[in-house]
Design a protein around this ligand. Sequence first.
Ligand code: ADP
Ligand code: MG
Ligand code: MG
Length: 365
Amino acid sequence: HVSITSSIHSLIFQPPLFSKTMSYPLVCLGNPLLDLQFDTNAEYLAKYALKADDAILAEEKHLPIFEEAIQEKSLVVVAGGAAQNTARGAQYILPADSVVYFGSVGKDVYADKLIAANAQYGLKTQYMVQENTATGKCAALITGKHRSLVTDLAAANEFKASHLEKPENWAFVENAKFFYIGGFHLTVSPEAIQLLGKHAAENNKVFALNFSAPFIPQFFKDPLDASVPYCDYIVANESEAAAYAESHGLNTTDVVEIAKHVAKLPKVNTQRPRTVVFTQGTLPTVTVTYHAEKDSFDVSEYAVKELAQEKVVDTNGAGDAFAAGFMAGLVEGKDLAQSVDLGQWAASVSIQLVGPSYPFPKQTY
Ligand code: ADP
Ligand code: MG
Ligand code: MG
Protein backbone atom coordinates (compact mmCIF):
# COMPACT_ATOMS: atom_id res chain seq x y z
CA HIS A 1 0.00 0.00 0.00
CA VAL A 2 2.75 2.40 0.92
CA SER A 3 4.45 2.05 -2.44
CA ILE A 4 1.17 2.51 -4.35
CA THR A 5 0.29 5.56 -2.26
CA SER A 6 3.70 7.08 -2.78
CA SER A 7 3.68 6.46 -6.50
CA ILE A 8 0.21 8.00 -6.82
CA HIS A 9 1.47 10.89 -4.72
CA SER A 10 4.46 11.40 -6.97
CA LEU A 11 2.23 11.22 -10.05
CA ILE A 12 -0.10 13.87 -8.72
CA PHE A 13 2.61 16.16 -7.40
CA GLN A 14 5.04 15.71 -10.29
CA PRO A 15 5.95 19.21 -11.41
CA PRO A 16 4.67 19.72 -14.96
CA LEU A 17 7.16 20.07 -17.78
CA PHE A 18 8.55 23.64 -17.86
CA SER A 19 7.06 24.32 -14.43
CA LYS A 20 9.55 27.17 -14.06
CA THR A 21 7.73 28.97 -16.86
CA MET A 22 4.30 28.71 -15.30
CA SER A 23 4.46 32.27 -14.00
CA TYR A 24 5.68 34.86 -16.56
CA PRO A 25 2.34 36.28 -17.76
CA LEU A 26 4.13 38.92 -19.87
CA VAL A 27 6.40 38.15 -22.85
CA CYS A 28 8.33 41.02 -24.45
CA LEU A 29 10.23 41.05 -27.75
CA GLY A 30 12.74 43.64 -28.93
CA ASN A 31 16.29 44.62 -29.75
CA PRO A 32 18.62 44.28 -26.74
CA LEU A 33 21.10 47.15 -26.77
CA LEU A 34 23.72 48.63 -24.54
CA ASP A 35 23.15 52.40 -24.25
CA LEU A 36 26.15 54.71 -24.49
CA GLN A 37 24.61 57.86 -23.08
CA PHE A 38 26.38 61.22 -22.96
CA ASP A 39 25.67 64.95 -22.84
CA THR A 40 26.37 66.87 -25.99
CA ASN A 41 25.36 70.02 -27.86
CA ALA A 42 23.66 71.29 -31.01
CA GLU A 43 26.95 71.50 -32.95
CA TYR A 44 27.69 67.83 -32.36
CA LEU A 45 24.16 66.88 -33.48
CA ALA A 46 24.60 69.10 -36.56
CA LYS A 47 27.91 67.42 -37.43
CA TYR A 48 26.01 64.15 -37.89
CA ALA A 49 22.78 65.75 -39.15
CA LEU A 50 20.86 64.44 -36.15
CA LYS A 51 17.64 65.86 -34.73
CA ALA A 52 17.50 66.64 -30.99
CA ASP A 53 14.56 64.25 -30.38
CA ASP A 54 14.75 61.31 -32.72
CA ALA A 55 15.79 57.69 -33.10
CA ILE A 56 17.57 56.35 -36.17
CA LEU A 57 19.53 53.33 -37.32
CA ALA A 58 23.22 54.16 -37.71
CA GLU A 59 24.61 54.47 -41.21
CA GLU A 60 28.32 54.18 -42.01
CA LYS A 61 28.76 57.95 -41.45
CA HIS A 62 27.43 57.67 -37.86
CA LEU A 63 29.78 54.94 -36.69
CA PRO A 64 32.47 57.37 -35.36
CA ILE A 65 29.91 58.46 -32.75
CA PHE A 66 30.44 55.16 -30.93
CA GLU A 67 34.22 55.74 -30.80
CA GLU A 68 33.79 59.36 -29.75
CA ALA A 69 31.31 58.36 -27.03
CA ILE A 70 34.11 56.50 -25.23
CA GLN A 71 36.05 59.79 -24.87
CA GLU A 72 33.10 61.67 -23.38
CA LYS A 73 33.47 62.60 -19.71
CA SER A 74 29.71 62.38 -19.14
CA LEU A 75 29.47 58.89 -20.67
CA VAL A 76 27.32 56.39 -18.82
CA VAL A 77 26.90 52.85 -20.08
CA VAL A 78 23.52 51.42 -19.17
CA ALA A 79 21.23 48.63 -20.30
CA GLY A 80 18.96 49.93 -23.05
CA GLY A 81 16.87 48.67 -25.93
CA ALA A 82 13.35 50.13 -25.82
CA ALA A 83 11.35 46.94 -25.20
CA GLN A 84 14.01 45.66 -22.81
CA ASN A 85 13.63 48.89 -20.81
CA THR A 86 9.88 48.28 -20.75
CA ALA A 87 10.35 44.64 -19.74
CA ARG A 88 12.71 45.64 -16.89
CA GLY A 89 10.27 48.31 -15.75
CA ALA A 90 7.26 46.01 -15.83
CA GLN A 91 9.19 43.41 -13.82
CA TYR A 92 10.20 46.19 -11.39
CA ILE A 93 6.52 46.78 -10.67
CA LEU A 94 5.12 43.23 -10.88
CA PRO A 95 5.74 40.26 -8.53
CA ALA A 96 8.84 38.10 -9.08
CA ASP A 97 8.91 35.93 -12.24
CA SER A 98 6.36 38.00 -14.17
CA VAL A 99 8.24 39.07 -17.32
CA VAL A 100 10.39 37.27 -19.89
CA TYR A 101 12.24 39.11 -22.66
CA PHE A 102 13.36 37.83 -26.05
CA GLY A 103 16.02 39.35 -28.31
CA SER A 104 19.38 38.63 -29.86
CA VAL A 105 22.82 39.49 -28.43
CA GLY A 106 26.47 38.64 -29.08
CA LYS A 107 28.72 36.49 -26.96
CA ASP A 108 30.62 39.34 -25.30
CA VAL A 109 31.09 41.54 -22.23
CA TYR A 110 28.28 43.84 -23.44
CA ALA A 111 25.79 40.99 -23.30
CA ASP A 112 27.13 40.11 -19.84
CA LYS A 113 26.39 43.68 -18.78
CA LEU A 114 22.82 43.45 -20.10
CA ILE A 115 22.27 40.12 -18.36
CA ALA A 116 23.57 41.58 -15.08
CA ALA A 117 21.33 44.65 -15.36
CA ASN A 118 18.27 42.53 -16.13
CA ALA A 119 19.10 40.16 -13.27
CA GLN A 120 19.14 43.12 -10.89
CA TYR A 121 15.48 43.70 -11.78
CA GLY A 122 14.63 40.00 -11.80
CA LEU A 123 13.90 40.14 -15.53
CA LYS A 124 14.21 36.75 -17.21
CA THR A 125 15.96 36.83 -20.58
CA GLN A 126 15.79 34.15 -23.24
CA TYR A 127 18.38 35.62 -25.59
CA MET A 128 19.31 34.20 -28.92
CA VAL A 129 23.13 34.33 -28.86
CA GLN A 130 25.18 35.13 -32.00
CA GLU A 131 28.66 33.63 -32.09
CA ASN A 132 30.17 36.10 -34.55
CA THR A 133 28.36 39.39 -34.09
CA ALA A 134 28.74 41.92 -31.29
CA THR A 135 25.89 42.97 -29.01
CA GLY A 136 24.08 46.01 -30.40
CA LYS A 137 24.69 49.53 -29.10
CA CYS A 138 22.64 52.67 -28.92
CA ALA A 139 24.32 56.07 -28.62
CA ALA A 140 21.95 58.29 -26.61
CA LEU A 141 22.95 61.90 -27.27
CA ILE A 142 21.46 64.07 -24.57
CA THR A 143 20.95 67.81 -25.12
CA GLY A 144 19.11 69.11 -22.08
CA LYS A 145 15.61 67.61 -22.10
CA HIS A 146 16.09 66.04 -25.53
CA ARG A 147 17.54 62.70 -26.55
CA SER A 148 18.71 61.61 -29.98
CA LEU A 149 19.22 57.86 -30.36
CA VAL A 150 21.58 56.34 -32.92
CA THR A 151 21.54 52.55 -32.99
CA ASP A 152 24.00 50.03 -34.36
CA LEU A 153 21.82 46.91 -34.15
CA ALA A 154 24.60 44.36 -34.79
CA ALA A 155 23.57 41.05 -33.14
CA ALA A 156 20.08 42.38 -32.37
CA ASN A 157 19.48 42.39 -36.12
CA GLU A 158 19.90 38.62 -36.31
CA PHE A 159 16.93 37.54 -34.23
CA LYS A 160 14.90 34.80 -35.91
CA ALA A 161 11.33 33.59 -35.35
CA SER A 162 12.76 30.06 -35.14
CA HIS A 163 14.28 31.00 -31.77
CA LEU A 164 10.75 31.47 -30.39
CA GLU A 165 9.71 28.12 -31.80
CA LYS A 166 12.27 26.17 -29.79
CA PRO A 167 10.30 24.13 -27.22
CA GLU A 168 12.00 25.75 -24.23
CA ASN A 169 11.02 29.20 -25.55
CA TRP A 170 7.61 28.40 -26.98
CA ALA A 171 6.63 27.13 -23.51
CA PHE A 172 6.89 30.77 -22.32
CA VAL A 173 4.77 31.93 -25.27
CA GLU A 174 2.07 29.31 -24.61
CA ASN A 175 2.01 30.17 -20.94
CA ALA A 176 1.92 33.97 -21.36
CA LYS A 177 -1.27 36.02 -21.31
CA PHE A 178 0.20 39.34 -22.52
CA PHE A 179 2.66 40.25 -25.27
CA TYR A 180 4.55 43.51 -25.71
CA ILE A 181 6.47 44.19 -28.91
CA GLY A 182 8.91 47.02 -29.48
CA GLY A 183 8.16 48.53 -32.89
CA PHE A 184 11.91 48.81 -33.49
CA HIS A 185 11.83 45.04 -33.96
CA LEU A 186 9.80 45.54 -37.17
CA THR A 187 13.15 46.22 -38.87
CA VAL A 188 14.49 42.86 -37.66
CA SER A 189 11.95 40.04 -37.66
CA PRO A 190 8.40 40.88 -38.72
CA GLU A 191 7.98 37.08 -38.89
CA ALA A 192 8.56 36.75 -35.15
CA ILE A 193 6.04 39.54 -34.49
CA GLN A 194 3.47 37.86 -36.77
CA LEU A 195 4.05 34.53 -35.04
CA LEU A 196 3.30 36.04 -31.61
CA GLY A 197 0.44 38.12 -32.99
CA LYS A 198 -1.27 35.09 -34.50
CA HIS A 199 -0.80 33.10 -31.29
CA ALA A 200 -2.27 35.96 -29.24
CA ALA A 201 -5.26 36.42 -31.55
CA GLU A 202 -6.03 32.69 -31.75
CA ASN A 203 -5.92 32.35 -27.97
CA ASN A 204 -7.60 35.66 -27.10
CA LYS A 205 -4.46 36.95 -25.36
CA VAL A 206 -3.49 40.61 -25.12
CA PHE A 207 -1.09 41.87 -27.81
CA ALA A 208 0.53 45.30 -27.53
CA LEU A 209 2.88 47.14 -29.91
CA ASN A 210 4.83 50.36 -29.51
CA PHE A 211 5.56 52.38 -32.69
CA SER A 212 8.95 53.18 -31.06
CA ALA A 213 10.16 55.88 -33.48
CA PRO A 214 8.91 58.04 -36.37
CA PHE A 215 11.05 56.09 -38.85
CA ILE A 216 9.01 52.94 -38.17
CA PRO A 217 5.70 54.23 -39.62
CA GLN A 218 7.73 56.18 -42.22
CA PHE A 219 10.03 53.53 -43.62
CA PHE A 220 8.67 50.24 -42.26
CA LYS A 221 5.05 50.94 -43.15
CA ASP A 222 4.35 47.52 -44.69
CA PRO A 223 5.52 45.32 -41.81
CA LEU A 224 3.84 47.75 -39.39
CA ASP A 225 0.55 47.60 -41.30
CA ALA A 226 0.78 43.80 -41.32
CA SER A 227 1.15 43.73 -37.50
CA VAL A 228 -1.54 46.24 -36.54
CA PRO A 229 -4.44 43.77 -37.15
CA TYR A 230 -3.11 41.70 -34.22
CA CYS A 231 -2.88 44.65 -31.84
CA ASP A 232 -5.20 45.15 -28.89
CA TYR A 233 -3.05 48.04 -27.67
CA ILE A 234 -0.86 50.45 -29.59
CA VAL A 235 1.38 52.82 -27.66
CA ALA A 236 3.28 55.68 -29.30
CA ASN A 237 4.38 59.25 -28.68
CA GLU A 238 3.18 62.36 -30.47
CA SER A 239 5.92 62.46 -33.11
CA GLU A 240 5.34 58.80 -34.00
CA ALA A 241 1.61 59.52 -34.28
CA ALA A 242 2.39 62.42 -36.63
CA ALA A 243 4.74 60.26 -38.71
CA TYR A 244 2.02 57.59 -38.96
CA ALA A 245 -0.52 60.18 -40.14
CA GLU A 246 1.87 61.48 -42.76
CA SER A 247 2.95 58.12 -44.17
CA HIS A 248 -0.65 56.92 -44.28
CA GLY A 249 -1.99 60.11 -45.88
CA LEU A 250 -4.43 60.86 -43.06
CA ASN A 251 -4.37 64.62 -43.72
CA THR A 252 -4.59 65.46 -40.03
CA THR A 253 -2.21 66.36 -37.24
CA ASP A 254 -4.87 65.97 -34.54
CA VAL A 255 -3.75 63.14 -32.22
CA VAL A 256 -7.33 62.10 -31.40
CA GLU A 257 -8.18 61.82 -35.10
CA ILE A 258 -5.02 59.80 -35.76
CA ALA A 259 -5.76 57.54 -32.80
CA LYS A 260 -9.33 57.01 -34.04
CA HIS A 261 -8.05 55.98 -37.45
CA VAL A 262 -5.57 53.47 -35.99
CA ALA A 263 -8.08 52.13 -33.45
CA LYS A 264 -10.61 51.42 -36.20
CA LEU A 265 -8.25 49.52 -38.53
CA PRO A 266 -9.20 45.86 -39.17
CA LYS A 267 -8.66 43.51 -36.24
CA VAL A 268 -8.08 39.75 -36.23
CA ASN A 269 -9.25 39.06 -32.67
CA THR A 270 -12.78 40.47 -32.56
CA GLN A 271 -13.21 39.46 -28.91
CA ARG A 272 -11.27 42.51 -27.74
CA PRO A 273 -11.52 46.17 -28.79
CA ARG A 274 -8.39 48.06 -29.87
CA THR A 275 -7.06 50.89 -27.71
CA VAL A 276 -4.54 53.44 -28.98
CA VAL A 277 -2.49 55.30 -26.38
CA PHE A 278 -0.57 58.41 -27.45
CA THR A 279 1.79 60.02 -24.94
CA GLN A 280 2.89 63.60 -25.59
CA GLY A 281 5.70 64.37 -23.16
CA THR A 282 4.30 66.77 -20.56
CA LEU A 283 1.06 67.21 -22.50
CA PRO A 284 -1.90 64.93 -21.70
CA THR A 285 -1.85 61.24 -22.62
CA VAL A 286 -4.65 60.50 -25.08
CA THR A 287 -6.46 57.15 -25.33
CA VAL A 288 -8.95 56.06 -27.95
CA THR A 289 -10.77 52.72 -27.83
CA TYR A 290 -12.83 51.56 -30.79
CA HIS A 291 -15.79 49.24 -30.14
CA ALA A 292 -16.58 47.58 -33.46
CA GLU A 293 -19.89 46.11 -32.34
CA LYS A 294 -21.25 49.56 -31.48
CA ASP A 295 -19.15 51.38 -34.09
CA SER A 296 -18.23 53.86 -31.35
CA PHE A 297 -15.15 55.38 -29.77
CA ASP A 298 -14.21 56.04 -26.15
CA VAL A 299 -11.87 59.03 -26.06
CA SER A 300 -10.03 60.08 -22.89
CA GLU A 301 -7.26 62.47 -21.90
CA TYR A 302 -5.08 62.08 -18.83
CA ALA A 303 -3.10 65.10 -17.64
CA VAL A 304 0.60 64.57 -16.81
CA LYS A 305 1.81 65.60 -13.36
CA GLU A 306 4.77 67.54 -14.71
CA LEU A 307 7.90 67.23 -12.61
CA ALA A 308 9.70 70.33 -11.45
CA GLN A 309 12.47 71.14 -13.96
CA GLU A 310 15.25 70.47 -11.43
CA LYS A 311 13.94 66.94 -10.80
CA VAL A 312 14.19 65.85 -14.43
CA VAL A 313 17.59 64.18 -14.92
CA ASP A 314 17.01 62.93 -18.46
CA THR A 315 13.98 61.85 -20.43
CA ASN A 316 15.76 59.02 -22.25
CA GLY A 317 13.35 56.08 -21.95
CA ALA A 318 10.36 58.08 -20.65
CA GLY A 319 8.09 56.40 -23.18
CA ASP A 320 9.57 52.97 -22.44
CA ALA A 321 8.91 53.48 -18.73
CA PHE A 322 5.38 54.64 -19.49
CA ALA A 323 4.82 51.41 -21.44
CA ALA A 324 6.30 49.44 -18.51
CA GLY A 325 3.81 50.86 -16.04
CA PHE A 326 0.97 50.58 -18.54
CA MET A 327 1.68 46.91 -19.30
CA ALA A 328 2.14 46.12 -15.60
CA GLY A 329 -1.27 47.68 -15.01
CA LEU A 330 -2.88 45.48 -17.66
CA VAL A 331 -1.19 42.37 -16.23
CA GLU A 332 -2.50 43.31 -12.77
CA GLY A 333 -6.02 43.59 -14.21
CA LYS A 334 -6.27 47.36 -13.77
CA ASP A 335 -8.60 49.34 -16.03
CA LEU A 336 -7.39 51.70 -18.77
CA ALA A 337 -7.35 54.86 -16.61
CA GLN A 338 -5.45 53.10 -13.82
CA SER A 339 -2.98 51.57 -16.28
CA VAL A 340 -2.29 54.97 -17.85
CA ASP A 341 -1.75 56.43 -14.38
CA LEU A 342 0.67 53.63 -13.50
CA GLY A 343 2.46 54.32 -16.81
CA GLN A 344 2.77 58.02 -16.03
CA TRP A 345 4.04 57.18 -12.54
CA ALA A 346 6.70 54.79 -13.89
CA ALA A 347 7.82 57.43 -16.42
CA SER A 348 8.12 60.15 -13.79
CA VAL A 349 10.17 57.84 -11.56
CA SER A 350 12.48 56.83 -14.42
CA ILE A 351 13.21 60.35 -15.73
CA GLN A 352 14.57 61.30 -12.31
CA LEU A 353 17.46 58.88 -12.94
CA VAL A 354 20.18 58.74 -15.56
CA GLY A 355 19.13 56.52 -18.44
CA PRO A 356 16.18 54.17 -18.80
CA SER A 357 16.46 52.92 -15.21
CA TYR A 358 14.28 52.56 -12.11
CA PRO A 359 15.30 53.46 -8.54
CA PHE A 360 16.56 51.16 -5.79
CA PRO A 361 15.54 50.79 -3.02
CA LYS A 362 12.30 50.16 -4.85
CA GLN A 363 9.61 52.81 -4.93
CA THR A 364 6.04 51.65 -5.04
CA TYR A 365 3.10 53.16 -6.89
P1 ADP B 1 8.90 59.20 -25.47
O1 ADP B 1 10.01 58.96 -24.51
O2 ADP B 1 8.51 57.97 -26.23
O3 ADP B 1 9.11 60.40 -26.33
P2 ADP B 1 7.06 60.90 -23.99
O4 ADP B 1 8.04 61.99 -24.18
O5 ADP B 1 5.67 61.12 -24.53
O6 ADP B 1 7.59 59.49 -24.57
O7 ADP B 1 6.96 60.60 -22.42
C1 ADP B 1 6.21 59.51 -21.96
C2 ADP B 1 5.59 59.86 -20.63
O8 ADP B 1 6.60 60.28 -19.72
C3 ADP B 1 4.61 61.01 -20.65
O9 ADP B 1 3.33 60.61 -21.06
C4 ADP B 1 4.63 61.46 -19.20
O10 ADP B 1 3.78 60.63 -18.43
C5 ADP B 1 6.05 61.19 -18.79
N1 ADP B 1 6.84 62.43 -18.80
C6 ADP B 1 7.61 62.91 -19.80
N2 ADP B 1 8.19 64.08 -19.45
C7 ADP B 1 7.74 64.35 -18.19
C8 ADP B 1 7.95 65.41 -17.24
N3 ADP B 1 8.75 66.45 -17.51
N4 ADP B 1 7.33 65.31 -16.03
C9 ADP B 1 6.56 64.26 -15.73
N5 ADP B 1 6.32 63.25 -16.57
C10 ADP B 1 6.89 63.29 -17.78
MG1 MG C 1 9.04 62.47 -26.03
MG1 MG D 1 9.20 56.15 -26.99
